[in-house]
Design a protein. Structure first.
Length: 326
């Protein structure tokens, strides 16, 4: 059964590897940018969601922007098979702009919160994130956005408040004022500002939960791509330069081969290494892993142990990153 961690001051027990559903939304664009994922199959995704619960993966993370509510709706469709009270459910808002031309308008935030509750078929969102830290020119929308989010909590629509961004330094810029229960930074063995930004020290000092997103760098760290690869419009990966970088692709393949050699007794040696390295030394952390079909769920269910600090440093070095623990 999946190892559980105490999710910081929420005092909730969540799995060390949680279900990420960005890919469940399918291909999508936002302001002309590709922001979704191609290759999704709704039937397989729904089966994966139910199987995740059966395998002890009971923290599910989604967002209103994932397929414009489609990923939330898939989650909402499983409560005939999965007991809602056994799932710690997180969603986010901030990437859909709304009629005012920006996402953090209080009236639009309320409309999106209500839509998420309907899509998820639930009375309460366990964890509701600010999906990013862009609060407009000179942070003009910040105060109203924060007041609105706190009002959702007072009204019982939201239990805990989260803060996410691709840039850990932006999370740090707003973290004192928002006082989130959980933070969700972009982090993997290649892109790692968690410690250098000061976020790790803040999380430890304030007993926050932390959920690392895109831990596989969109699959690149697994070494499964043989050569530079392109993706269709609507697929977020079409804008990631490393997918077209042959040297980077081959470096990832060599690193993955090294993981298979060092962790050969493990049934999922590469996945164990790249996820376990992020968990090392972070007792309140979970890793959000995309699981779009049952096979991916079964692989995720086999991992979740933190590496030793020695192994974490070695793994980071093979991928060209810095020490992940100190």
């Amino acid at each position: 059964m999946m190892r559980k961690v105490r999710f910081g001051r929420t005092n909730e027990q969540v799995p060390a590897v949680s279900l990420g559903t960005w890919g469940h939304g399918g291909p999508n664009t936002n302001d002309g940018a590709s922001v979704g994922w191609s290759g999704n199959d709704d039937a397989a995704a729904r089966e994966a969601i139910v199987l995740a619960w059966r395998r002890g993966i009971t923290h599910w993370d989604t967002a209103d922007a994932y397929g414009n509510g489609h990923a939330e709706q898939l989650i909402g469709s499983v409560w005939d098979e999965v007991p809602r009270h056994e799932i710690f459910l997180a969603t986010k808002f901030g990437y859909i702009k709304g009629p005012s031309g920006h996402p953090y308008d209080p009236a639009f935030m309320r409309a999106q919160c209500e839509a998420s509750l309907r899509n998820l078929r639930t009375d309460v969102i366990d964890l509701h994130y600010f999906h990013h830290c862009d609060f407009g020119p000179d942070d003009v929308y910040f105060d109203d956005a924060l007041a609105t989010m706190r009002r959702f909590r007072e009204e019982g629509k939201v239990r805990f408040i989260g803060l996410s961004d691709w840039d850990a330094s932006l999370i740090m810029r707003f973290i004192d004022r928002i006082d989130p229960d959980v933070v969700q930074p972009f982090r993997n063995l290649v892109d790692d500002e968690y410690e250098s930004s000061g976020l790790r020290a803040y999380v430890d000092e304030h007993d926050l939960g932390v959920a690392f997103f895109s831990p596989l760098k969109h699959g690149l760290l697994l070494g499964k791509y043989e050569h530079a690869t392109s993706f269709p419009a609507g697929d977020f990966r079409s804008g990631i330069a490393e997918f077209g970088d042959e040297e980077f692709i081959q470096r990832m393949r060599r690193a993955a081969d090294a993981m298979r050699e060092r962790f050969s007794p493990h049934p999922e040696p590469v996945l164990h290494a790249v996820v376990g390295g992020l968990l090392a030394g972070n007792p309140t952390a979970t890793v959000l892993l995309g699981q779009r079909n049952p096979k991916q769920v079964e692989a995720a269910a086999r991992i979740g142990e933190a590496l030793s600090e020695e192994d974490a440093r070695w793994v980071a070095a093979q991928y060209g990153g810095t020490s992940l623990s100190s």
